[in-house]
Design a protein around this ligand. Structure first.
Ligand code: FPP
Length: 243
């Protein structure tokens, strides 16, 4: 979508941050924050569908999250399994296509199986798209893409002079997915944390103060409002300044 301001974002990507602080502020264990985070995710997927957002990408687990205590990693894995088991049928019935980005090698086979099942079941859905960034790190994604490009060059399937932005993007996990128009991060932190560094090069960023479990339809609509009031120039000049 390259047509400037006052448009609805077709692709919204979200850094769901603040589960731990939400729990702490209530005297609850971090796991309770992550559980509440799943409820917020459900509400947001529904709201995005109702708003007619074509693509929603969520940062569910980063490559760096493995460094958290074992019990927390295992809670997050459990919640992903629960989310897919409980919500896959509803997502499918609502015409949502699920895609997963991130490193697949080395994942627990049960998780890998569920991710594969979610993608396979919904592959033909066209109403909207949910992209789950799981075991995802942007630099890792770019390094993996570069390695595959080097392999293809070495095998004579690709010539070095044909590598440009478009060809490179075809080797990323997000091949075929439009770049996000809007990236939202909750909890007041203002960082990208290795989330879609290639794809978000021109995205509008909206930082929302609330913790992720408190995010829902109203907060999503607010962020979309903010987006619509911005003017996107993609390195050019505003239409009104063009002459
Ligand atoms: C950040 O909160 C959130 C995450 C690390 C992961 C997001 C996970 C969910 C929304 C729930 C799980 C859902 C799936 C589908 C796996 P934080 O723990 O960094 O919060 P803090 O910064 O306040 O400690």
């Amino acid at each position: 979508m390259r047509t400037g301001s006052r448009m609805k974002p077709d692709h919204i990507a979200i850094i769901m941050d603040g589960n731990g602080r939400w729990a702490k502020s209530r005297g609850l264990p971090r796991a309770a924050g992550h559980r509440a985070g799943v409820e917020a995710l459900r509400a947001t997927v529904r709201a995005a569908g109702e708003l007619g957002v074509g693509w929603l990408t969520v940062y569910a687990f980063s490559s760096e999250n493995w460094s958290r205590p074992k019990s927390e990693v295992s809670d997050l894995m459990g919640l992903l399994k629960l989310f897919i088991r409980r919500d896959l049928a509803e997502l499918h019935n609502s015409g949502v296509r699920v895609r997963v980005i991130g490193r697949r090698e080395g994942l627990d086979p049960e998780i890998e199986g569920l991710l594969h099942e979610a993608e396979a079941l919904t592959a033909l859905n066209r109403k909207s798209n949910l992209v789950i960034a799981f075991n995802y790190g942007g630099r890792d994604e770019i390094a993996r893409a570069s390695r595959r490009i080097a392999e293809d060059v070495a095998a004579g399937k690709l010539s070095a002079e044909n590598i440009g932005e478009e060809r490179f993007a075809e080797y990323l996990d997000t091949a075929g997915i439009p770049d996000p128009d809007l990236v939202i991060r909750t909890s007041g932190e203002q960082r990208m944390s290795n989330f879609l560094p290639w794809q978000a090069a021109y995205s509008e960023l909206v930082f929302v103060p609330c913790f992720w479990p408190d995010f829902g339809r109203a907060e999503l609509m607010n962020a979309v409002e903010v987006f619509s009031s911005r003017e996107r120039r993609f390195g050019g000049v505003a239409a009104r300044d063009a002459s």
